[in-house]
Design a protein around this ligand. Structure first.
Ligand code: KG4
Ligand code: ZN
Length: 333
């Protein structure tokens, strides 16, 4: 079986070829970050037009790389949403065009399910059930995942997503969008404990988050600083921000694992690439006998591979369900 995955929900055109038996055969990505940087954020109309330019050449590139031809495809998987309407429309039009021309099914995948299942692409994939921490530019959620398609949100941000807080902090520290990796690198050079920042909702008796106040605290700290904004000061501030975010994300993940009685944690979404968060979660989970799973580093942010892998998981369940059931296919909502 060969699945073509297409992701075009925001500012990255991602395309991949996935074989459920052999794994990821080829993937290609075009990031529009440089184009949007000029405007200080993603411009939806420009995003759509760029997806149109990129998607077919990227599909041809992965086909060539894997030595495959269109007639080898068994299915096309595409991000159905959420995302920018025009950008999504490009990926979905291309996916349905290919599906129609080849007579193969087109499988719409929820963008967050793609992230959630992206650790399936790692060498050490998780098994259901587990608690998932989804940390991206648009979302911050804790989920109870009982099986494929059985997802319940058990906590989420009440305001900004954690990736957004990283990006705003980066901007305040003079770094370009998206600033997550830059803040992480600065934090690596900074010292813990020099600057004090709040730990929002750390002790609240739930699994919710709040990062808007932390973002404001970073800005206020810079505004009130009387001395020069030296590199050393900025690195210490980045460290304080990362320490705060990490402490809260770890504490809430542990709370969810304990309350719901799970011993596996899956961490996914762009911020799951963060080195300090990975180290802190590995250490905290290791002490409690909890297994923690991440996507491969290159597949934490948006990509076509996670969309193809999520579709493969659904197709596998359909075929297993079909062979077990006499009355045909069954898909969980
Ligand atoms: O999942 P993603 O690619 O897009 C959404 O679906 O939102 O996540 C993008 C976010 C951005 O906010 C980016 O700054 C953040 O992930 N990010 C990071 C790192 N790499 C990407 N944040 C912290 N540390 C990183 N290494
Ligand atoms: Zn995403």
């Amino acid at each position: 079986m060969l699945i073509l995955g297409i992701e075009s929900s925001c500012d990255e055109t991602g395309v991949a070829l996935y074989d459920p038996e052999k794994g990821l055969l080829a993937d290609a990505l075009h990031s529009q970050i440089e184009m949007h940087r000029l405007y200080g954020g993603v411009v939806p109309e420009l995003a759509s037009r760029d997806h149109i330019r990129r998607v077919i050449p990227l599909i041809n590139a992965v086909m060539d790389k894997a030595g495959k031809k269109p007639s080898d495809l068994s299915a096309v998987a595409v991000t159905e949403g959420p995302g920018l309407a025009g950008a999504l429309l490009v990926g979905n039009s291309v996916a349905h065009g290919i599906g129609f021309a080849l007579g193969v099914p087109v499988i719409g995948i929820h963008h967050l399910e793609g992230h959630l299942l992206s650790p399936l692409l790692s060498d050490n994939p998780p098994k259901f059930p587990f608690i998932a921490l989804l940390v991206s530019g648009g979302h911050t959620q804790l989920m109870e995942v009982k099986g494929l398609g059985e997802y319940s949100v058990i906590g989420e941000t009440l305001d900004d997503a954690v990736g957004e807080a990283f990006d705003k902090t980066a901007q305040a520290l003079g770094k370009a969008y998206p600033g997550g990796p830059a803040v992480s690198a600065m934090a690596d050079m900074g010292q813990s404990g020099v600057i004090d920042l709040p730990r929002p909702l750390l002790h609240s008796p739930d699994c919710n988050f709040s990062f808007s106040g932390l973002k404001t605290a970073v800005m206020n700290t810079i505004r009130k600083h009387s001395g020069p904004l030296t590199d050393e000061y900025k690195n210490d501030l980045a460290r304080a921000f990362v320490d705060s975010v990490t402490e809260v994300l770890v504490a809430k993940s542990l709370r969810a694992l304990k309350y719901y009685g799970y011993k596996s944690l899956v961490v996914a979404g762009g911020v799951s690439a963060n080195k300090q968060l990975r180290e802190a979660l590995r250490s905290a989970c290791g002490k409690r006998g909890v297994k923690v799973y991440f996507p491969p580093a290159a597949l934490c942010t948006d990509n076509g591979a996670m969309i193809a892998a999520a579709a493969a998981a659904h197709l596998k369940e359909i075929s297993e369900g079909a062979s077990e059931k006499e009355d045909g296919f069954s898909i969980k909502p």
